[in-house]
Design a protein around this ligand. Structure first.
Ligand code: SF4
Length: 264
């Protein structure tokens, strides 16, 4: 069987396949119902919504009050928890609970509001993209934040919540910056004039806000294209191996994947 190119993929699908191809199959091929709702996902989304409110306010010269940003987090988090219950996809709280997570989120947002640079110039938040990263390979996704750095330069920011800071492997090899840098160059027409940063909000005992600059070059772009082609070839051949590891404990599909029952 020859591989047919002309691929169109979203960054989130690519990233899901790279973390666990079986999860990709369950989510995007089998359309399997999620067995539970991961608290990390709901929490991260609520933090994003609060940050987005803040950046949108900065963009129009009217930053929201601290109470408004905290309120956005609280509302987004509690609404998602309620939705999960209403949809009968129970929250997977792990070793935590709703009260602890709200306290943690409030503390993280307080650190963020205390330390974030209010002099940034916001071009856009939640900016969608779709472009041909190489002939016959189209990627799409959404960029959290694009900043105008002046003199035709831009900065792409991806906001993350994490339990600990990123190590050198992730900083050197994660393909998200490679995709997002290319996307921002395309969107802004600023080829070679875009920088990338992770803005990490750490769920450590004392929350921290860290900015991690990431650099990518032409070799990273070549490797990304190869990865897109490899994933497409595997997908066309129905190759979806399980990647057993620490992620299984929080996986939305862990029962049907075989931890407690049938193996699809
Ligand atoms: S339980 Fe583990 S192997 Fe199975 S889909 Fe989830 S992450 Fe992948």
């Amino acid at each position: 069987m020859t591989t047919k190119l002309g691929t169109r993929t979203s960054y989130s699908k690519l990233s899901t396949w790279l973390r666990c191809p079986r999860k990709y199959r369950l989510r995007y091929v089998d359309d399997a119902p999620e067995e539970r709702t991961a608290v990390a996902l709901v929490f991260g989304t609520a933090i994003h919504e609060a940050c987005e409110l803040f950046f949108e306010g900065l963009k129009v010269g009217a930053p929201p009050s601290s109470d408004e940003v905290h309120g956005a987090f609280h509302r987004a988090f509690t609404d998602s928890v309620k939705l999960a219950e209403d949809m009968h996809v129970p929250m997977d709280w792990g070793k935590t609970n709703q009260t602890d997570m709200i306290e943690k989120g409030e503390a993280m947002i307080a650190v963020f509001l205390d330390e974030v640079d209010r002099g940034i110039r916001v071009v856009g938040t939640e900016v969608p993209f779709e472009f041909e990263i190489a002939p016959d390979r189209t990627v799409n996704g959404v960029i959290d934040l694009i900043l105008d750095e002046g003199n035709g330069r831009y900065r792409v920011v991806d906001i993350k919540t994490a339990a600990s800071t990123y190590g050198p492997d992730r900083i050197d090899y994660d393909q998200q910056p490679t995709v997002y840098l290319a996307a921002a160059e395309y969107l802004c027409g600023a080829y070679g004039k875009v920088d990338f940063e992770y803005w990490l909000l750490l769920k450590t005992k004392k929350p921290q806000f860290k900015i991690i600059p990431v650099v990518r070059d032409a070799n990273d772009r070549v490797e990304l294209i190869q990865t897109i082609d490899d994933v497409e070839t595997a997908r066309q051949h129905g190759v979806y191996p399980r990647i057993r590891g620490f992620m299984c404990a929080g996986c939305e599909y862990r029962d049907c994947c075989g931890q407690k029952g049938g193996r699809p």
